[in-house]
Design a protein around this ligand. Structure first.
Ligand code: ATP
Length: 938
């Protein structure tokens, strides 16, 4: 028993408790003047001086009783029971190793209640339990009996760190196409290193937020992490690891628990750690005042998987301080417990790993997150590894891999592990009977086979004669998929099932048979059952199945509800066209298919979020006779003739609306691919190879296809000049998405608006962002357009150096947006041209000067020709340049009515050796005044 042991005890006191401790020491005879300002080591020294080594323990115990910290009295008793006492700390916590996870865990810490046990005792118990739980995994959502060893099926995922979360308006699957492109700047992270700070930059890491789209492998990653810990492979510094999921926390919403009770409720593997023991550990951490995991006496890690699914009321999206403070051992609502855990209030030194889909990431304020990582799915090499693991026969795996590579859409989709699993299920079955050329190439073909596989499985399992029963069940499921897709729901409850005509008792039939399509999660006490589809794309596919079925069965009410006004319009058109021959609308239903597809396409294009993009692709694909044939009679009699399909193809090619985002228009191209029409793809490939690009006339549709292909190209385009393409204004606008993959973009005078600025802003935000030069002049962008653009300018990924916004009808408000964007990301922009914006005026310049005078501003050229400026603006400019004279070299004020002495002041600055300004242009057009003033060469 030595002074260091007493110091250890004092380290466990919170600040207030330590003050109290010193106050009692005063009563025990140590002078106040000595104790004032004394830190914990000084206090121990004073105590040893005053009471001697023998007396120190007694006094410490006495004072601890009074504070009161009886738990520490108990610890002290254990310590003073000498070397044969059960367990004791061997190391000091004061100096954590630089890489604590790598260091062997030499410290032995006791948990004295209910009976003294070392933390390693509990750790071993938890490890062994979690190992049993996570050792095996189900692929997709197969039944338990199909479980396989996780280590055998797990394929490494590509994970990157440092990403900023960017909620995109593109469909997730389309984002994926971009995400599949690896960049030089991103940093791959090993799953085991998820909590490691960047090399040479030690800082305490508490919370990591990992985001990734649906089915990309977040849950699998967490399971692998837990298993590796439980099997002693990685992260061995963690004493206790608690894997929680929001899916399981949801049914507890509003219920009252202490943290220990909650863990026992949600993680049955923890029940061997008695509530008292957990409370002891939690209390220690809460009261110690320590916020650094590395210095923590007990090192805890909480996994919170699936934030996107939470139905709890979490209050973490703002960093506003909450007044409420409660003890970790007290009961409170689950919502509040989780809120305080994430905010770092509950256990300030415990680590937290939250996983989420990107759309929900903003539920946690960046102040509560130390590192953001992203699961990017499989790289091309990892895709191959996955298939080699699944198809052990080499010949067969080669066949599968080369087939996937031959179809661009399948190859892209295989970035998503869950799609690899779907592909495996389908190909495993088909390879027995088909040649490679006959294997599914489009997404619709793949999902159609996937569904048929399940229908057949069901028939086999239940010895059904004919498919009628399966069809009935699939139709109900498809109805649910459609209704929930329209509402934007991915997780459903019993009442949702009932509304779609699914008997809840039958849900087990669905989950028993179609578990791979439909997964069921049981809530606590079977009270609230939740359901979801294996992946959003499966829901989208089934939703399309439902719509086609309603179409062939003339369920007009459903069609009318879905298509709204468009339905009536189409009906009227058709009836008008055929009025002489056809009196009854339904008699013409079969020739109405192309109009139906057109209506659905328009509806999907109007969605701001793109939530119907993939659905409408499947809808087109399912109209092909070849796909309908695979599904037997499920879809009913569609009688799609080649002429109807050709009309649908023509409709897609001719579709032209100027009120939709060019990103949405690209989906028209994807629909065409699902109809197996590759003509446009070939045309664009030829166009790209040809030398006379500016002479070939492009239709609007071809422009969308070209935009897609340029955007996806591995080569970054040096310059995108919209005026070089021979097409309409709308065609030019449809080319805008290509801005994401070019260095210079000349987009002037193309009738662009705020919607297009959104796409350009997303190019500036993307990682990496290639754009260095951007010209948006002579477009009616107005202030809202610039506001959109500034969302991109302030992104840390933005590398824009030159921005031209001549004659865009901007006012001082735009200057405000520009300045605040540049203040938050000032390092890149060098040249800014805002000429011919008559409404800018002096208040606009005043705003700009607020940015110009900031020491971080690196602007070298500022053009403000014809902006209706007066001498007042010169005053603002002079004072800004006097504050920050070192960067601006060229100032162009031509076309503004400026006079002496205001102009003279600026000319003086040009001549001043302290000011970097080299050239000043001023004067009115047509006047013979001096129009340029340059620095004297001397
Ligand atoms: N690393 C991997 N190796 C092998 N298969 C994987 C891997 N990751 C995911 N999968 C497959 O993909 C399926 C879906 O993965 P997972 O549940 O982890 O996705 P998720 O990102 O958590 O999706 P969601 O956001 O929908 O919850 C798994 O059931 C499994 O079949």
């Amino acid at each position: 028993m030595g002074p260091e042991d007493i110091l250890d005890i004092l380290e466990d006191l919170g600040e207030d408790e330590f003050k109290k401790f010193k106050w009692f020491l005063e009563q025990e005879g140590i002078r106040r003047s000595q104790l004032e300002g004394a830190r914990r080591p000084d206090t121990v020294r004073l105590m040893v001086q005053r009471y001697g080594l023998d007396g120190v323990v007694e006094v410490t115990k006495k004072v601890l009783e009074k504070i009161p910290r009886k738990d520490l009295v108990q610890s002290l008793s254990d310590i003073s029971s000498g070397p044969e006492g059960p367990l004791w700390s061997q190391t000091s916590e004061a100096h954590p190793p630089q890489d604590p996870s790598a260091a062997p865990h030499t410290k032995v810490v006791v948990v004295p209640v209910p009976e003294p046990q070392s933390i390693t005792y509990y750790q071993e118990m938890l490890r062994s339990n979690l190992k049993d739980r996570f050792m095996c995994a189900t692929q997709g959502w197969t039944q338990n009996k199909d479980k396989q060893r996780l280590d055998e099926i797990y394929t490494e995922l590509y994970i990157t760190a440092g990403a900023s979360i960017h909620i995109s308006k593109q469909h997730e699957v389309r984002q994926l196409e971009m995400a599949g492109k690896k960049t030089d700047t991103e940093k791959p992270v090993k799953p085991s290193d998820i909590f490691k700070p960047p090399p040479e930059q030690y800082r305490p890491i508490k919370t990591v937020l990992t985001n990734g789209i649906a089915g990309i492998g977040k849950t699998f990653l967490v399971h692998k992490f837990v298993l590796d810990w439980a099997e002693g492979r990685t992260n061995q510094d963690v004493d206790l690891l608690f894997p929680l999921t929001f899916r399981h926390l949801n049914p507890l919403k509003g219920d009252q628990f202490s943290l220990a009770e909650l863990l026992h409720e949600c993680i049955k593997e923890t029940v061997g750690i008695k509530e008292e023991a957990l409370n002891f550990i939690f209390q220690k951490l809460q009261s110690s005042g320590n916020t650094n995991y590395d210095k923590s006496k007990f090192k805890l890690l909480f996994n919170l998987d699936g934030l996107d699914e939470t139905r709890l009321q979490l209050d973490c999206s703002t960093n506003k301080t909450q007044r409420l403070k409660f003890k970790v051992t007290e009961s409170t609502s689950v919502d509040e417990l989780l809120t305080n855990l994430i905010r770092g209030k509950l256990l300030p030194s415990a680590r937290l790993w939250i996983t989420t889909r990107p759309a929900a990431a903003n539920q946690v304020h960046p102040d509560f997150v130390d590192i953001v990582t992203e699961v990017r799915g499989f790289t091309d090499q990892q895709k191959e590894e996955y298939f080699r693991k699944r198809f052990t026969d080499e010949k067969r795996s080669n066949k599968v891999i080369s087939h996937i590579k031959s179809s661009r859409s399948l190859h892209i989709m295989c970035h998503i592990p869950v799609f690899c699993w779907i592909t495996t299920i389908v190909l495993e079955d088909l390879l027995e009977t088909r040649e490679v050329e006959e294997l599914p190439k489009t997404l619709t073909e793949m999902y159609t086979e996937f569904l048929w596989f399940h229908i057949k499985q069901r028939e086999k399992k239940y010895c059904l004669k004919g498919s009628e029963k399966s069809f009935q069940d699939i139709k109900s499921l498809a109805k649910l998929a459609f209704q929930q897709l329209e509402e934007g729901n991915l997780v459903f409850y019993e009442k949702d099932l009932k509304e779609s005509g699914i008997d809840v008792r039958q849900a087990s039939v669905y989950s028993g048979v179609f578990t791979e399509i439909f997964k069921e999660e049981r809530g606590r006490k079977n009270e609230a059952m939740m359901f979801s589809f294996v992946h959003l794309s499966v829901q989208e596919f089934l939703a399309a199945v439902y719509m086609v079925h309603c179409y062939t069965n003339r369920e007009t009410q459903v069609l009318e509800k879905f298509l709204g006004g468009k339905y009536n319009l189409m009906r009227e058109n058709k009836v008008k066209q055929n009025f002489s021959e056809i009196k009854n609308f339904f008699r013409i239903t079969h020739s109405f298919l192309d109009d139906f597809l057109l209506g659905a396409m328009h509806k999907s294009l109007e969605s701001k979020s793109g939530h119907l993009d993939l659905f409408v692709c499947f809808l087109h694909g399912l109209c092909l006779e070849s796909n309908q044939r695979v599904l037997g009679g499920l879809l009913g009699q569609t009688e799609t003739s080649p002429e109807t399909i050709q009309r649908a193809i023509n409709n897609l090619k001719e579709m032209n609306r100027d009120d939709i985002s060019p990103d949405r228009s690209i989906n028209i191209f994807h629909c065409l691919m699902e109809l197996n029409d590759h003509s446009v793809h070939q045309e664009i490939q030829e166009f790209l190879k040809s030398g006379n690009r500016s002479e070939t006339e492009l239709s609007e549709f071809q422009c969308s296809a070209l935009a897609y292909m340029l955007q996806m190209s591995d080569e970054v385009l040096d310059e995108l000049d919209l005026n070089q393409y021979k097409t309409s204004d709308q065609g030019r606008q449809r080319l805008i998405p290509a801005v994401r993959n070019c260095r210079k973009a000349r987009l002037s005078d193309c009738g662009l608006s705020e919607t297009h600025c959104e796409v350009v802003a997303s190019a500036l935000k993307s990682n990496p962002s290639h754009l260095t030069e951007l010209d948006l002049s002579y477009n009616n962008l107005q202030d809202p357009g610039v506001q959109q653009l500034c969302g991109g300018l302030q992104s840390p990924h933005c590398r824009l150096e030159t921005l031209r916004l001549r004659s865009c009808r901007l006012s001082e408000t735009s200057c405000g947006y520009l300045v605040s964007a540049l203040k938050s990301n000032p390092s890149h922009l060098r040249h800014l041209d805002l000429s011919w914006n008559n409404n800018l005026q002096d208040p606009g310049v005043q705003q700009l000067c607020g940015g110009l005078q900031s020491p971080d501003c690196r602007l070298e050229t500022l053009r403000l020709r014809s902006c209706s400026l007066s001498d007042t603006s010169c005053g603002y400019l002079v004072s800004a340049l006097m504050c920050n004279p070192s960067y601006l070299r060229e100032l162009d004020l031509k076309g503004n009515n400026l006079k002496d002495p205001a102009v003279q002041q600026l000319c003086d600055l040009v001549q001043s050796p302290d000011c970097s300004l080299q050239t000043l242009r001023f004067g009115l057009y047509g006047e013979k005044t001096v129009t340029q003033c340059s620095k004297d060469k001397s």
